[in-house]
Design a protein around this ligand. Structure first.
Ligand code: GZL
Length: 323
């Protein structure tokens, strides 16, 4: 066989292999997913969307629910490393304490992708992070409230997310930036509701009792819709009207906040897509197929919704997504 034909055959084989690899994509890849838990409707939707995205790509997803505990996440990640998985997804419950275990993943040459929350520490510990701009979410919420109340005095109570989590830190920062310099807007009480409905209700009950039965409260800013839904119940139990006596602004855009808007009990939410896994899997495929280094931060959209934005339709569009 002439040299030319040998080279042509070889090139053809390489092309075939590459195209097969590309066609295969992530088929058969084993990917570990350390999920925080199921503290909110949004978290549940993220889990169901991630599983659906993995199935659609033929990925063997190893799912670990940490029940909100960082030590369980660290254990799960070590288990994935021992299994020799191809990649690891992590939704980090808090922002600190990841260097040691992510260094072990790096030394095992297993790419890590962060989902929906960030971490402190060297950025080379993860291939990419898929998350919203959480400071912007807080800013959008604060700007909506400032625009709604105008010059009127508005005492705000804040339900913070999980202590030490990047969304709780960033959403607080963004909201405070938006109301800075506005003398009529003040956060008078702020406490964590840990992103759950039950804790959000409990903390709001305390705020109402401490503030003359709620007469001194103009608005509640909740770092997620689940805590807002809990707060709405507490406001109603106190004999006040959520959405009018006390304005309700939060983040996630889960179906139940749209149901509350339809009932006139909620005023604004900032959308957070539950599909962080799709962009994560796309980045891994480009990395494996073509050695493409993804952007270190893949930022998802944040859109404001109010009762002017067809809340019934938004409820219908989201109600079957696993929230
Ligand atoms: C934010 C995400 C938050 C959601 C909550 O990116 O981590 O965690 O806003 C969830 O609903 O508990």
């Amino acid at each position: 066989m002439t040299l030319f034909r040998t080279l042509a055959l070889g090139a053809g084989m390489v092309g075939l292999l590459l195209s097969t690899a590309h066609a295969e994509g992530l088929q058969g890849k084993i990917i570990g997913f350390s999920q925080i838990g199921s503290e909110s409707g949004w978290r549940a939707a993220e889990t169901s969307v991630t599983k659906a995205e993995a199935e659609a790509r033929g990925i063997d997803l190893k799912f670990a629910d940490a029940q909100q505990k960082q030590e369980n996440q660290i254990k799960a990640i070590r288990g994935f490393i021992a299994q020799g998985v191809d990649a690891i997804l992590v939704a980090p419950v808090v922002a600190t304490g990841w260097e040691e275990v992510l260094t072990e993943a790096k030394e095992a040459e297993i790419p890590v992708v962060l989902l929906d929350r960030g971490i402190e520490g060297p950025e080379d510990l993860y291939l990419t992070s898929v998350a919203s701009d959480q400071v912007k979410e807080g800013r959008v919420a604060g700007e909506w409230l400032a625009g709604t109340v105008g010059e009127a005095q508005c005492n705000i109570v804040e339900l913070q997310g999980t202590v030490g989590s990047s969304p709780a830190i960033n959403r607080k920062q963004g909201f405070e930036e938006a109301i800075a310099g506005k003398a009529n807007l003040a956060i008078i009480r702020s406490q964590t509701g840990d992103f759950t409905r039950s804790k959000g209700k409990e903390v709001m009950e305390g705020f109402l009792k401490a503030e003359d039965g709620g007469k001194n409260i103009c608005a509640v800013y909740a770092h997620n819709d689940d805590m807002a839904v809990g707060a709405i119940q507490a406001i109603k139990d106190a004999g006040l009207k959520p959405g009018s006596d006390i304005l309700v602004v939060s983040i996630d855009a889960v179906p139940d906040i749209f149901a509350a808007m339809v009932a006139g009990e909620a005023n604004a939410t900032v959308e957070l897509t539950p599909n962080m896994a799709g962009p994560a899997f796309d980045a891994l495929q480009a990395y494996w197929d073509a050695g493409t280094e993804p952007a270190k931060f893949i930022i998802t959209e944040s859109k404001l919704y109010t009762p002017a934005d067809d809340p019934q339709g938004e409820y219908e569009r989201r109600k079957d997504l696993g929230y």
